[in-house]
Design a binder for this molecule. Structure first.
Ligand SMILES: *Cc1c(COP(=O)(O)O)cnc(C)c1O
Length: 374
């Protein structure tokens, strides 16, 4: 895998901020509350294994990932805390999870029945840990029918091939000022939890937004903490956050080339940017192939505490910025983070890109070298 270590572009990950965010959330939850650190998508771009290890050190009980491959990467790196795959895993691959002690999400009776058949047929003996997904209104995966859900719970308890470890749901609008839809989902969730005489050890419903704006309702005091663990507001700029969340990542690069552009000269593809007067233009080694979106064309970066506009189109691996004066090669350039008393947030970038902070963060790929600071 390309590490990007040999170029001056770096994603600086502050694990102290990560710890702060987990502890800030735990501080407002009842004693003994559990945090499942959501580290899917390479820990929202921050690096799967280092983030999982730091989250565990900070008091998280376990991890959530999206796909089985991510869970196995954790196991291969020696992370053996509870790890739940939130998506649906093909039954054919599920024994791999059982063998690795990875917990799987199951959303239908068909899946359970098929697994049970396979287990008997292929002699899969290690019990599979299962969390039943309940679809209370997200409309993505999970049981919608209480009777079928009860049947699934019975199967899980009846067959030695399974261990009934958890049940959960997911909210579609926990980051909305209007709680009507949330309340409807919550009421539906209670019908499912009330339908069992005995609950499994993990009963969880809260994502980051629920942990921030519906705190009092959190079931079993377990939160699946995703974006807020990384210090970002799940609602973007819509709702205020009452916790001291600190962004974990700073995306930085450095000037690799500097030149004076004469008035009337243009830069980058399409020659869409033309110097109005003589200007200092710098080139920086980052582009859309790193996950810095091409639609950031027209946005800005920070040099020496000042905003500097991106000049012309963002290229695949490089882009140009306009400087207020000459700065030498190797001068740091902040793409996301703080410089002096100015800041560019993931939310600012998301606004420019007409998307959400989640997508900005998960775009940063492995060509960007990550460094970890504690
Ligand atoms: C991604 C995901 C989360 C985490 O969401 P955040 O908004 O980042 O907290 C929690 N639960 C499920 C089911 C998810 O898919």
């Amino acid at each position: 895998m390309i590490s990007g270590r040999l170029r001056n572009t770096e994603y600086v990950i502050n694990l102290k901020a990560l710890r702060n965010n987990i502890q800030a959330q735990r501080a407002v939850m009842p004693a003994g509350s559990r945090v499942l650190a959501v580290v899917k998508a390479n820990a929202y771009g921050h690096g799967l294994v280092p983030v999982a290890q730091a989250a565990l050190r900070a008091g998280a009980t376990g991890m959530c990932v999206a796909i089985l491959d991510e869970a196995l990467e954790l196991r291969d790196s020696g992370v053996d805390a509870i790890t739940l795959v939130l998506g649906i895993t093909p039954v054919e691959e599920a024994n791999v999870a059982a063998e690795a002690g990875v917990s799987l999400t199951v959303g239908s009776l068909e899946w359970l029945t098929k697994y049970h058949q396979f287990a008997r047929q292929f002699n899969w003996t290690k019990p599979l840990k299962v969390h039943l997904a309940v679809d209370t209104g997200m409309g993505r995966i999970g049981f919608t029918n209480v009777a079928e859900f009860q049947q699934a719970a019975t199967l899980l308890r009846q067959y030695p091939e399974f261990e009934f470890e958890g049940m959960f749901t997911h909210f579609a609008t926990a980051d909305s000022a209007d709680s009507t839809y949330f309340d409807r989902q919550y009421a539906r969730w209670q019908q499912f939890t009330n339908s069992l005489t005995e609950l499994p050890p993990y009963v969880h419903m809260a994502n980051s937004a629920t942990g921030l704006w519906h705190r009092s309702q959190i079931t079993a005091n377990t939160i699946r903490m995703g974006i807020s663990m990384f210090g970002y507001n799940p609602s973007g700029k819509e709702l205020p956050v009452d916790l001291d969340l600190q962004p974990v990542g700073t995306l930085k690069t450095a000037i690799c080339f500097i030149k004076k552009l004469a008035a009337g000269e243009s830069v980058s593809y399409g020659a869409t940017y033309t110097a109005a007067k003589d200007e200092w233009l710098a080139t920086v080694p980052i582009g859309y192939a790193d996950g810095y979106p091409r639609c950031m064309t027209g946005f800005k970066v920070l040099v020496d505490g000042q905003y500097c506009p991106i000049a012309g189109r963002v290229c695949m691996d490089q882009m140009m910025i306009r400087l207020p004066k000459y700065y030498p090669v190797d001068t740091p350039v902040i793409l996301m983070g703080k410089s002096g008393d100015r800041v560019i947030t993931a939310e600012d970038m998301a606004e420019q890109a007409h998307t959400i902070n989640y997508e900005i963060l998960t775009n940063f790929n492995n060509r960007i070298h990550r460094t970890y600071h504690d």
